[in-house]
Design a protein around this ligand. Structure first.
Ligand SMILES: Cc1cc2nc3c(=O)[nH]c(=O)nc-3n(C[C@H](O)[C@H](O)[C@H](O)COP(=O)(O)O)c2cc1C
Length: 363
């Protein structure tokens, strides 16, 4: 009843209003500045928690070593923080008491499990100009945010001061311009250590092996050898905290089989399939951006199918988490039919609003 009324109001009133009055990027910026303010207010948090108790009466699940109230997680890229030019600037902002990760408090209270990040070892300002689009006809999003984030040191200091509600995850990526294998490994290990030493202990860490939205590395070079090396180095740091890995759509069947084999060998607990699909952006066909939502759905399902097949055939103890175009009960069921225990979503947030998870899970 609550969920049905919410869905009706969002789809008939709020979505037409938002879509009719502003582009995707403006809407995204407005929601982030609203969240930055909302994070400060206890009454907003109490209201969000009360609504959560109303909305979130679904079956709990255990996936990738983590127990969740329900099998759906807000994907990385929403609660990821502001970009900074230098680490000093980012740290000074934390010291001044600025909210450098808008939504850190409000989003987990509204939607439950959230994957924070991606964070890179050093801050990034990301790409300039228009970097987020929506394609309403196919319920898709496209972005070339370019890993804008405050960097692991400032993010760890901030989250140590402001511990998010559990369960939550932290997604880490290598800086896109880094190609030297030792430096890649060193960046990830240092980032992990910064969080762990600051006492920020998420329920899982995710290695983002797939950063399609930066010009430097459109396919993420997700080789078996690289996956093994990076996962081994991270698992060695993590102790009891599970490691998940996020990969791209449209790799070959063999590559998916090799990657999940590598994850199993290195003790990775779950693989997220998938990140966005690189395609020409609407405003400049020479520039690519990552597509999520409806236009990603079939490719993400295909990736999931290959991973699930290899998992079944080889008995790998690695869970698969579907991600790509989970918009409603039907698209969610598409992943469930392949045997996944949980999914992640981002674009549904645009098309179904803040309580998208409840709309998706509603029978
Ligand atoms: C604006 C935007 C920023 C994103 N940033 C990240 C990121 O920093 N790290 C990451 O792993 N995925 C990022 N993603 C990808 C999403 O987490 C998700 O994998 C993708 O959008 C597919 O899910 P969807 O079809 O539900 O949108 C981003 C997506 C969007 C739309």
């Amino acid at each position: 009843m609550w969920i049905k009324s919410y869905q009706f109001t969002y789809q008939r009133l709020f979505r037409p209003l938002i879509f009719g009055s502003m582009d995707a990027q403006t809407a995204h910026e407005r929601i982030l500045s609203f969240l930055a303010r909302a994070d400060q207010h206890d009454w907003v948090q109490s209201l969000a928690q009360a609504l959560y108790r109303r909305m979130a009466s679904f079956e709990s699940t255990h996936v990738g070593g983590v127990t969740l109230d329900f099998p759906i997680i807000l994907a990385a890229g929403f609660v990821k923080g502001q970009g900074f030019a230098t680490e000093d600037e980012a740290i000074q902002a934390v010291e001044r008491g600025e909210n450098i990760i808008p939504g850190w408090r409000t989003m987990p209270n509204i939607v439950g499990p959230v994957e924070f990040g991606s964070f890179t070892r050093y801050p990034r300002l990301g790409n300039t100009g228009q970097v987020i689009w929506r394609d309403a006809a196919t319920r898709s999003t496209q972005n070339r945010v370019g890993l804008k984030n405050p960097g692991a040191r400032a993010a760890s200091l901030f989250l140590a001061k402001h511990p998010p509600k559990k369960p939550f995850g932290i997604n880490l990526a290598v800086s896109p311009q880094v190609t030297d294998p030792d430096q890649e490994e060193a960046e990830l290990v240092e980032s992990l250590q910064l969080f762990l030493e600051a006492g920020v202990l998420p329920d899982w860490f995710t290695l983002n092996l797939s950063c399609p939205n930066t010009e430097d590395d459109p396919r993420g070079h997700q080789t078996e050898e690289k996956a093994r090396r990076l996962c081994r180095a991270m698992v060695a740091q993590l102790g009891e905290i599970p490691l998940w890995v996020k990969i791209s759509p449209c790799l070959s069947t063999e590559q998916y089989a090799k990657l999940i084999g590598a994850f199993a060998a290195e003790g990775v607990r779950a693989v997220i399939a998938t990140n966005t699909l690189p395609q020409p952006t609407p405003t400049d066909a020479e520039v690519t951006g990552g597509v999520g939502g409806g236009r990603l759905h079939m490719a993400a399902l295909e990736a999931t199918r290959h991973l699930m097949e290899a998992r079944r055939e080889q008995g790998y103890p690695v869970d698969v988490i579907g991600c790509g175009g989970v918009m409603d009960a039907k698209s969610y069921q598409d992943f469930r039919n392949l045997g996944v225990q949980a999914v992640q979503y981002w674009s549904a947030f645009v098309y179904q609003g803040l309580w998208a998870y409840a709309v998706i899970l509603r029978k």
